[in-house]
Design a protein around this ligand. Sequence first.
Ligand SMILES: [Ca+2]
Ligand SMILES: [Ca+2]
Length: 215
Amino acid sequence: MKILIFAVLVGISTAQNGGRVLEPPTPALCAQRTIHERTPDGKGYFLSWRDPNTKGVELDWLSARNFCRKRCMDLVSLETSAENEWIKRRIVDEKVKYIWTSGRLCDFKGCDRPDLQPVQINGWFWTAVLQKLAPTTQRDQNDWSESGGIGQPQPDNREAVQGGAAENCLAVLNQFYNDGVNWHDVACHHVKPWVCEENDDLLKYVRFSNPNFLV
Ligand SMILES: [Ca+2]
Ligand SMILES: [Ca+2]
């Protein structure tokens, strides 16, 4: 059952990455994963700028996801305002310009479900946990910035509007446009530091399939 769920997740993810592969967890890396912070409920987080091996390293969105996933984690999903503020506090205190989250626009195969339309409003989701975000129009239910590179509220798909790549991934930017510390849609090929969050499904999968590894 768990293997089936995992296969489905991988299938969805391959479609969303234009053929580039979403990597499975590596049991040894899961067992040795570094945790920099733990919330009161016990969930562990990795902050790339704090680790000697990744300090100064910036990755595109998929590469950052794969770094996390190999360690039974995934990019951070900010499902509650408490978690959002908790992460933002660390970005501000530690002077980090921006980070990747697991947020993504569902604009690939399988995204034609009625509840995701129109995609620019209802199509954002936390890929790590396959959970929809509130509609972008419900401004008190999300943390999209009210400004950006062309002075428009986010998500503005600015890069595509200006003839470049679609802005399909969700980053938290720290005063990048003098607009506070808020969410922005950004093209997924950009490179940034990242935050990993432990992923229950990947941990269960590795525990189930590799009983010899204590993860
Ligand atoms: Ca979370
Ligand atoms: Ca944008």
